[in-house]
Design a binder for this molecule. Sequence first.
Ligand code: SAH
Length: 256
Amino acid sequence: MDIPRIFNITESAHRIHNPFTPEKLATLGTALRLERGSRVLDLGCGSGEMLCTWARDHGIIGTGVDLSLLFIEQAKLRAEELGVANQVKFIHGDATGYVADEKVDVAACVGATWIGGGVAGTIELLAQSLRPGGIILIGEPYWGKLPPTEDVAKGCLANSISDFLMLPGLLASFGRIGYDVVEMVLADEDSWDRYEAAKWLTMRRWLEANPEDELAKDVRAQLTLEPVRYATYTREYLGWGVFALMKRGDEGKTHA
Ligand code: SAH
């Protein structure tokens, strides 16, 4: 089992499969005040950049699960490269329903909340692996500007305007299901460009190397259309952020 091959092509050169730069990922790690030896679970970990760099910079112990074999292989190589292979473990597989054997301090799903059937379901899933008083991390899009029409939402590759909330609405939604938002780091236009524009050169290079591939036509069409589509819609309307959540009512249960 694997993700659709098109993503393994367009994002093969990405270390971070989200509109975050290495700097923003580092800002998030620092913002969370991670302690050495903290356990972090990451569902839909992609190429493992969050766990590998936080293992290097903060001494965390991590487990990542991802459905892309390519990304998992890249994550293992990255762990070797950063000298943290003894701190992080990467599992190739479906993260749907994945619960850790040992409770973790931080349970994350950064940009893959379909794994739990949406934000609320993913929080519920992550909570099953979390120690009392632990932190849940959710990476999720929101409307930076509300699309005036459904066509504009579709231009952002959403199914409909109702797919996402605006930032205040998203923050309020966490409260309604019983969570405090205790930190957040947001994408900006430059970090969006690092995610989206980086795909274009990857596609161009891939086309040069694989002109006869069965996906060559699709990749060619995407490369032709993507820059203008992205600049017209996604870059203009879509926000993205990682939100740190702690369950309300857990205040007395933080670790000793
Ligand atoms: N959190 C990573 C990757 C985000 S992209 C980062 O920020 O870099 C979404 C990821 O979800 C991709 O790596 C994709 O392979 C993975 N994915 C999609 N469906 C999945 C599933 N059912 N189980 C596990 N991973 C999945």
